[in-house]
Design a protein around this ligand. Structure first.
Ligand code: SF4
Length: 966
């Protein structure tokens, strides 16, 4: 085995050591010769990067005037990228003379990204210099949505909003205040703010993103995210659109490739030949929604062929509980456990899986064998993709983790850990208590198991009169465009009895901000404070997103008080904004709010942003000692380097951590389950006579059998299952032209709303045609560029066809990051990416959108705006999707049943129609599938389930709610 024969140049380069010798005997095999990148080797790759001691005075030639040699002196200030969740390190190069940011490069001192970025990182400079960006706070003039705005002061904004929130809280209308976030950040900061106000006001985008996968993982082991150790793996399996659907795109991508360079094999299950699939050793183009059937077939093979890890299964799964509940007639022996599982999954033969999915049985068997051989070094990931697309999509993560459990790869080197093992959690100053509120607009009774807020249903809840929102913040959040059913969002936004005051906190214009009362410009990556910590590998780090001009000013001896003083215009940041707002809600402290936002160092005074971060960084393990060695404070260390490595990669098998004597003092052990409890709470489990911490589930083990599912009325899914999707072939009528549309993939250079103001990114990707296999195209008589009408359950959109062999026959796909729009009356924004559209409503729920003009060159301070050569801004598809809430996980099921046809002669590219009455009907249909609370003991949600912004325990009981009302 080995790479293809090297070229002449490659041979020489390998011999001279310029590139690794990939053709060396055994290089590709897992033997003693595995190649490892030490930290030093990685650092060598960045030898040319300026060393930190020169970051205040770095001289380079100006590339723009080459071949003239003109020297520019820069200050280099680290921060982190804001263009996806990964928070890779960036360094801003600031012209020392003009104090302008000139470019961004990677930060080699960031342990997650190690100096590397994807295209979206350096493109941050485009966002900063975008001529259309919003520079000052704006208030609407005229009716909401009419498009007229006036500049106002931050003082007016703060006074108006704080007075309204204060009134709502004093009148016990806590649930009328909500903060709805698209791109989250600042770890725990909003818990501090919203719980400080005593409200259950957090809403997120997670139910249109990742909560399906989270639910599947959580059922198993009480953690909702995986942290695959790709670089150390022998076999990697991804259920994925491209490198993990953009999730941890660069940090994971580089480690997947690192793993492959050491010999790991990569398998990708995806109906589309995605970037990842094209780099894989195995591509499994499965029919959408059948992934769990394939994974169960692999599980059956591993069981039947004894490739499982007996010790792990015996010690770390709740098999005795399973046998007692499901096979009471059998003796409780490990052999009976294995035999029962084989019996339970006997129908999932490779042939059955092939019939369901279209993936060849031989390939399924080969991969299952390889997973078994990889054992503890099997890494896997499912995030969006199938988990976010199908009715029962959560079962994909559950069956994927089943494989991880079977081969004992949970939390191992080269395996897949719970994400919390590789993530830093900050300690906040003056922490508030959990709120004694439960907002049913976010967590309604119908979805007691929903892993995150039912945010996609908010407009329908408002429409049917379940409540109203008096003050609503949308934060880097654009539901009108990103969410399904955007016209229903628009209808509700236009109704002031539903949304009393809408403040859009956003760095850029977007389709939702057009319907706000205040548009408040917030800082981009290099203009705001934030802390980040993500599970990128088997290590733990914390990074500091900071406003780089503020830090440069500090270094230059000209410190500023508030960040907007150095940012362009009056662009601010959420941290300072919300601290100010909190003080104005409770100016004299009588509401008990202000005390949380007082300085921990200067009692009674307002906390400063430096104090907030100093307090947190003082408590980062290892940072105080490291900073002390340099003679600087913890905050100064983070301001200087931008990141700190807390732990470099030995956080494996944490479930085996022994309980301490202090923990065991007063604890009891359940004779039946071996669970160790103290003060009424499970704290560990006895394994082979030792008290270990285990996992945060009721059994403290991986739960193959979930009593929780039984207790909450879903006994049919007590064990890992295959659930037929809403778009399963049984549910489609091919004779009527019904197909499945996969709308969940993104183009790697784009990122939801925020790439519309990055010219380099839009130049690379600016169309979203319908991907169609040549066989399907031939059946329909389509060729590339032909118009196609995609009829959804609530309307249609008209797009163009792209005929490609990269699509599985019988399935079509469309990228969801294109089709941005603005109306003629709207402020100019994102002109690199937006079509100008006309929107008409018939006043009875019928909405039409058609394109007036595509993307056009424009005059601006940026000369490139006159050079725009692309015209086609794509088509907005999400707005034609109905809401499909999974009745268990709450996840929106993105895949669409579509009816494909050729458009009529008066129908044009970009035409869209939606009937919001139909969308409300579809909503009601899906609601019928739910099995509402209460569960056992009057609970509205299992107590052991995590919940974002977890309220006081008393709020978990419906009966307590009843008493309160009485
Ligand atoms: S992966 Fe790309 S977009 Fe995401 S944080 Fe890293 S550089 Fe930015």
């Amino acid at each position: 085995m080995g790479y293809k024969k090297p070229s002449f140049i490659e041979s020489i380069a390998e011999k001279l050591g310029i590139i690794p010798d990939l053709h060396k005997e055994g290089y590709q095999e897992f033997d003693q010769d595995m190649r490892h990148f030490t930290d030093e080797q990685v650092a060598q790759l960045y030898d040319n990067f300026p060393p930190p001691e020169k970051w205040d005075n770095w001289v380079e030639y100006n590339p723009k005037v080459w071949p003239k040699k003109e020297k520019v002196t820069y200050q280099i200030v680290p921060t982190t990228c804001f263009n996806c969740e990964s928070a890779c390190g960036l360094t801003a190069f600031i012209d020392k003379e003009t104090q302008e940011v000139k470019k961004f490069e990677g930060n080699p001192y960031h342990p997650g990204s190690r100096g590397r970025n994807c295209a979206k990182g350096p493109a941050t400079i485009n966002q900063l210099t975008d001529p259309d960006r919003i520079l000052f706070p704006l208030k609407r003039k005229g009716k909401r949505g009419e498009g007229e705005w006036e500049r106002v002061s931050w003082d007016e904004v703060l006074d108006t909003i704080s007075a309204r929130i204060r009134k709502a809280i004093l009148e016990n209308r806590h649930n009328e205040v909500a903060y709805h976030v698209g791109r989250p950040g600042h770890e725990k900061f909003m818990n501090w703010i919203l719980q400080g106000w005593g409200i259950d006001g957090h809403n997120s985008h997670t139910n249109i993103c990742s909560s399906g996968a989270r639910f599947g993982y959580n059922l198993w082991y009480g953690y909702d995210r995986p942290s695959p150790d790709h670089a150390e793996a022998k076999f990697i399996l991804l259920i994925s659109a491209h490198l993990e659907s953009g999730h941890y795109f660069n940090p994971h991508a580089q480690r997947i490739i690192e793993g492959k360079m050491k010999g790991a094999k990569l398998a990708t299950m995806d109906p589309r030949l995605s970037n990842t699939a094209s780099m894989s050793d195995y591509w499994m183009p499965s029919y959408p929604g059948t992934e769990a059937a394939v994974l169960l077939a692999m599980a059956l093979y591993i069981l039947q062929n004894k490739l499982y890890n007996r010790d792990y299964l015996e010690n770390w799964t709740n098999w005795e509980e399973y046998l007692k509940a499901r096979h009471a007639d059998k003796a409780i022996t490990f052999e009976n456990y294995i035999a029962s599982m084989i019996e339970e999954y006997k129908e999932y033969t490779p042939d059955f899986a092939e019939k369901e999915s279209g993936v060849k049985a031989e390939m399924i068997v080969e991969i299952a064998q390889k997973i078994g051989e990889a054992g503890e070094r099997f890494a896997s990931h499912n995030w969006r993709a199938a988990g976010a697309s199908n009715l029962g999509g959560w079962a994909v993560a559950r069956t994927l983790h089943f494989l991880t459990v079977l081969v004992g790869a949970v939390g191992t080197k080269g395996g897949t850990s719970p994400n919390k093992w590789n993530k830093f959690a900050p300690t906040l100053p003056n922490p508030p208590k959990p709120q004694k509120q439960w907002n049913e607009l976010h967590f309604p009774k119908e979805f007691p198991l929903a892993f995150f807020e039912m945010s996609q249903l908010l407009p329908h809840f408002l429409k049917e009169g379940r409540g109203k929102l008096d003050v609503y913040f949308s934060r880097v959040f654009n539901p009108v465009w990103t969410y399904p059913d955007g016209f229903t969002w628009m209808e509700m936004f236009m109704d002031e009895s539903k949304f009393g005051l809408h403040a859009a906190l956003t760095p850029t214009w977007n389709e939702t901000a057009f319907h706000a009362d205040f548009v408040l410009p917030m800082g981009l990556a290099s203009e705001r404070h934030d802390i980040n910590s993500y599970a990128t590998h088997g290590g733990t780090w914390v990074a500091f997103r900071q406003p780089v001009l503020r830090e440069a000013a500090r270094r230059n001896g000209k410190p500023v008080q508030l960040t907007y003083e150095v940012n362009p215009g009056e662009v601010w940041e959420e941290d300072e904004f919300f601290i100010e707002l909190s003080w104005r809600i409770d100016p004299d402290g009588s509401m008990g709010i202000r005390k949380h936002f007082e300085s921990p160092y200067r009692p009674g005074e307002k906390i400063t942003i430096d104090e907030y971060y100093q307090y947190i960084f003082e408590r980062v393990p290892g940072l105080p000692a490291t900073a002390k060695k340099e003679g600087i404070t913890e905050l100064q260390y983070m301001q200087k380097y931008g990141a700190f490595e807390i732990e470099s990669g030995e956080s494996y098998k944490k479930n085996e951590t022994l309980l301490t004597e202090a923990q065991l003092n007063g604890a009891t052990v359940d004779a039946d389950t071996n669970v160790v409890s103290k003060d009424g709470k499970a704290i560990g489990v006895m394994i082979n006579g030792k008290a270990m911490v285990g996992f945060p589930t009721p059994s403290r083990k991986n739960e193959f059998y979930s009593q929780t599912m039984v207790d909450w009325k879903w006994p049919e899914y007590a064990t890992p299952s295959y659930i037929k999707s809403h778009i399963h072939l049984d549910n489609l009528d091919k004779s009527k032209g019904e197909y499945v549309l996969v709308p969940t993939f993104r183009l790697p250079a784009l990122i939801h709303t925020r790439s519309g103001n990055a010219k380099w990114l839009v130049e690379i990707s600016n169309r979203n045609p319908i991907w169609m296999h040549p066989k399907d195209a031939a059946n329909w008589g389509f060729k590339t560029g032909d118009l196609v009408k995609m009829n959804t359950d609530i309307g249609y959109f008209i797009d163009k066809v792209w005929v490609t062999q990269s699509m599985k026959p019988g399935v079509v796909a469309c990228s969801h990051h294109i089709g941005r729009w603005r109306r003629p009356q709207d402020k100019t924004g994102n002109r690199w990416a937006t079509n100008t559209v006309n929107i008409e409503s018939n006043g009875k729920g019928g909405w039409k959108m058609n394109t007036i003009s595509g993307i056009e060159p424009f005059e601006s301070s940026d000369k490139d705006s006159k050079r725009i050569f692309w015209k086609d801004g794509g088509v907005h598809q999400n707005i034609t999707h109905a809401v499909h809430p999974d009745p268990i996980s709450g996840m929106h099921c993105w895949h669409q049943r579509v009816r494909i046809e050729k458009p009529g002669k008066d129908e044009h590219y970009g035409d869209i129609f939606v009937d919001t009455n139909k969308s409300h009907e579809v909503y009601k249909e899906w609601m019928k599938m739910t099995r509402p609370a209460p569960g056992p003991n009057g609970e509205r949600r299992p107590i052991w389930f995590e919940r974002a912004f977890r309220p006081d325990p008393s709020m978990f009981y419906l009966k307590d709610e009843k008493k309160k009302e009485d």
